[in-house]
Design a protein around this ligand. Structure first.
Ligand SMILES: *[C@@H]1O[C@H](CO)[C@@H](O)[C@H](O)[C@H]1NC(C)=O
Length: 308
C-alpha cells in the first residue's frame, strides 16, 4: 500500500523531537506527506460526491480495514498520523463511557436502637448520542451542495462518529448503495454541513456499474445533530462539471422547491449573512445562511464565506 512509505518517512521525522516535529509537520501540506489530499479542500479525499458516476468513497472507518486494502482506512497508525494535521480528517476519538450516576441516600430510621440504612439508587442516564433522526429507511439519498465527504462504515454509529470528527458537520446520511461502490455491502456514510429532510433525497441511484448492473439506494437514514435547523431548501447540485447523472432529465426538484417556506421543525430563523462575510468555521456561532443567491462556501476549517 502506497501509504506505508509515507508513514515511515513521517515516523523518521519525529525522531529529533516531538515538539519540533509537530511544528514542522503542521506547516507541511497534508497531501505532501500522505500522498493524497485529506483536507477539506478536496472533500477529505472524496472530491466527487456519491451521486456522481464513477465517484469513490474517500475512506473506510470501521473494524475491518483488512477488507479494504485499496482504500484509505482510518485506523491505528493512520489515525495517529492524521492527528498531526489540523486540516485533515481526523479519526473518531473513543467516547467517554457515561458512568451511571450513583446516588447514595442515607436514610435514618428511628427505631428503638438508631440504625442507619443505606439505600443505593443507580440512575442510568437516557442514552442520547446527540442526533435526531429526520428520515428513516427511504430509497433515496441526499444530494446537496453542502456535501462535505463520504466514506464507508459498518454502522450508523460509526458514521455519526465520523461526523463528530469533522468540524462543521451536522448531518449524516447512511444508506446501502446496492450494486454500487464496487459491490460493497457496507453503509455509504455521507456527511453534510446542514440538516436535510427527505425532500432533498433525490439520488435514487441509476448509475450503470462496470459489471453492467444498475445501482439503487435502500435503507437510507438521515440524522441531524441536535440543536441544528433542518432545511429542505438546499438546491440540488445539478450543474456539476462531471458527466451528468441520470437524474438530470427528470428534475422536478427545481420547480417543486418550497424555498424555506415550510420548515419541518420550529427552526430558529437565521438572519442572512451579507456577501463575502463569514458564515461558518470552527468556533463560529453566527448565522450560516447567506443572502440569496450566495452560498456558504467552505474556505478552511476556521472560515466559511458567502460566495456566489
Ligand atoms: C426498510 O424498507 C424495506 C422496503 O424498502 C423493508 O423491506 C424493510 O423491512 C424496512 N426495514 C425496516 C427496518 O423498517
Amino acid at each position: 500500500m502506497r501509504v506505508a512509505s509515507y508513514v515511515a518517512a513521517a515516523a523518521s521525522l519525529t525522531v529529533p523531537g516531538v515538539f519540533a516535529a509537530t511544528q514542522m509537520l503542521a506547516s507541511v501540506d497534508v497531501s505532501q506527506v500522505l500522498g493524497f489530499d485529506a483536507g477539506p479542500d478536496s472533500f477529505y479525499n472524496a472530491p466527487n460526491p456519491p451521486w456522481v458516476a464513477g465517484s469513490s468513497p474517500g475512506w473506510y472507518y470501521g473494524p475491518s480495514p483488512e477488507n479494504h486494502p485499496d482504500m484509505w482506512c482510518l485506523h491505528d497508525y493512520m489515525c495517529r498520523l492524521l492527528d498531526y494535521y489540523p486540516n485533515a480528517l481526523h479519526c473518531p476519538k473513543p467516547k467517554p463511557t457515561p458512568s451511571p450516576t450513583t446516588t447514595t441516600k442515607t436514610v435514618a430510621t428511628t427505631t428503638t436502637t438508631t440504625t442507619t440504612d443505606t439505600v443505593t439508587v443507580t440512575v442510568t442516564p437516557v442514552p442520547s448520542d446527540g442526533y435526531v433522526q429526520i428520515f428513516s429507511n427511504i430509497t433515496a439519498a441526499v444530494q446537496a451542495d453542502d456535501f462535505m465527504t463520504f466514506g464507508l462504515t459498518e454502522t450508523v454509529d460509526d458514521c455519526k462518529a465520523m461526523c463528530d470528527s469533522v468540524p462543521g458537520c451536522t448531518f449524516v446520511n447512511t444508506y446501502h448503495d446496492v450494486n454500487g461502490k464496487g459491490g460493497s455491502t457496507e453503509l455509504t456514510c455521507s456527511l453534510f454541513q446542514f440538516c436535510h429532510t427527505a425532500a432533498d433525497a433525490d439520488n435514487r441511484g441509476g448509475q450503470s456499474q462496470p459489471d453492467g448492473s444498475i445501482d439503487f439506494i435502500i435503507n437510507s437514514d438521515g440524522w441531524c445533530k441536535e440543536g441544528n435547523p433542518v432545511t429542505s431548501s438546499a438546491p440540488a447540485p445539478t450543474s456539476t462539471a462531471s458527466p451528468s447523472p441520470p437524474t438530470t432529465t427528470a428534475a422536478p426538484t427545481t420547480t417543486a422547491k418550497p424555498t424555506t417556506t415550510s420548515k419541518t421543525s420550529a427552526a430558529p430563523t437565521q438572519t442572512a449573512v451579507p456577501y463575502y462575510s463569514q458564515c461558518g468555521g470552527y468556533g463560529y456561532t453566527g448565522s450560516t445562511k447567506c443572502l440569496s443567491p450566495y452560498k456558504c462556501t467552505f474556505i478552511n476549517l476556521f472560515y466559511s464565506q458567502c460566495r456566489p
